[in-house]
Design a protein around this ligand. Structure first.
Ligand code: SF4
Length: 330
């Protein structure tokens, strides 16, 4: 299974992709090396974490409010976000994920910071900034009356829905942040961004979501997709990136054009050929890290969660760090 994020990881560093997508597996319990890699694959920076909290709150409560025609109460959303913030902060700084019985997936408390495992820890200033950013992002979108009124005209909305389709020899997965379906209009796909500057654009990511929705909607629509989904051409789909942290609430709309669809297909095809040659469609037991080359760019390594184990790729190294961290807790 690959995703746009996955193939970008592969292009950046094949070895990183291997650790994250083949070695890491939350279902594996008794292999300490794989458990350590699974844990490392879940490390996130404080900046990424604040975005995850905003995504999760919108995914849960905005969907509930729009679909049930409840009022959108900003204070309630923020209250829930701050409760999530406190619980996950405590979990991460206490390194509860290092406890032997720690649940690494589907655990609402789970959080593990890159800075605490591989950096110098996090400061009070960074924590306070993250909290302020979450409040600002939620305030910006929930006070955006025109936008909320627009969402209320949708037949219904879905969020964080995995869309899976076949492409060449791989299954491709995309998980758009938010999709609004309408009785008399094409689907509208949204991508929330919680970035301080919001200067980068996410054209290709949104095209990838459109392709995934179109494929799933026309080949095997989900049970709750509207009956009219196959009536729309992919070029009719609406795409919007919403920079939630920006004071001007920047919304970038993107057209779905034939050129963009073709460019996306070509990028996917060339990445898939490279992945296939490296054996990326095989199982863990059939592969070793040596099948996957390391990046030439040191700056990728500095931000990589697998830097502790990459040079030796050994169980002993991973286990040594796991043991050290257990002692550190004591
Ligand atoms: S440490 Fe560097 S070479 Fe190793 S997996 Fe990470 S990015 Fe790739």
């Amino acid at each position: 299974m690959i995703s746009v994020t996955g193939y970008k990881q592969f292009v950046q560093c094949e070895r990183l992709w291997f650790y994250k997508n083949i070695v890491a597996d939350s279902r594996v319990k008794n292999d300490l090396f794989r458990r350590e890699v699974t844990l490392l694959s879940k490390l996130q920076t404080v900046q990424a974490w604040r975005g995850t909290i905003v995504d999760n709150i919108l995914s849960k409560y905005l969907v509930l409010a729009i679909n049930n025609k409840y009022p959108v109460k900003k204070d309630y959303f923020i209250e829930q976000a701050l409760a999530m913030f406190d619980v996950q902060l405590e979990y991460a700084v206490s390194k509860n994920y290092r406890k032997p019985d720690a649940v690494l997936t589907n655990n609402p408390e789970f959080n593990a910071f890159f800075e605490c495992e591989l950096g110098e820890g996090i400061s009070d200033g960074e924590i306070n900034q993250a909290k302020d950013d979450i409040i600002t992002a939620l305030t910006n979108i929930l006070d955006d009356k025109n936008f909320i009124d627009y969402l209320k005209t949708a037949k219904y909305v879905i969020s964080q829905r995995p869309l899976i389709y076949n492409f060449d020899r791989f299954s491709v997965k995309a998980i758009p942040d938010f999709i609004a379906f309408f009785d008399d209009g094409p689907p509208h796909i949204f991508d929330w961004k919680v970035h301080t500057y919001g200067t980068a654009s996410y054209d290709e990511q949104l095209i990838a979501y459109a392709v995934a929705l179109y494929k799933v909607g026309t080949i095997k629509p989900h049970a709750d997709f509207p009956a009219n989904i196959s009536k729309w051409k992919i070029q009719d789909y609406k795409l919007t990136e919403y920079q939630l942290l920006h004071k001007d609430r920047i919304k970038r709309d993107y057209d779905v054009t034939d050129d963009k669809i073709e460019a996306f297909g070509e990028n996917m095809s060339s990445a898939i050929i490279r992945m296939h040659i490296a054996g990326a469609n095989k199982k863990y037991s059939q592969l070793s890290a040596d099948n996957f080359s390391t990046t030439e760019y040191i700056e990728h390594c500095q931000r990589c969660p697998f830097q502790k184990i990459c040079k030796t790729n050994s169980y002993e190294t991973a286990n040594k760090y796991a043991v050290r961290d257990e002692h550190f807790q004591d």
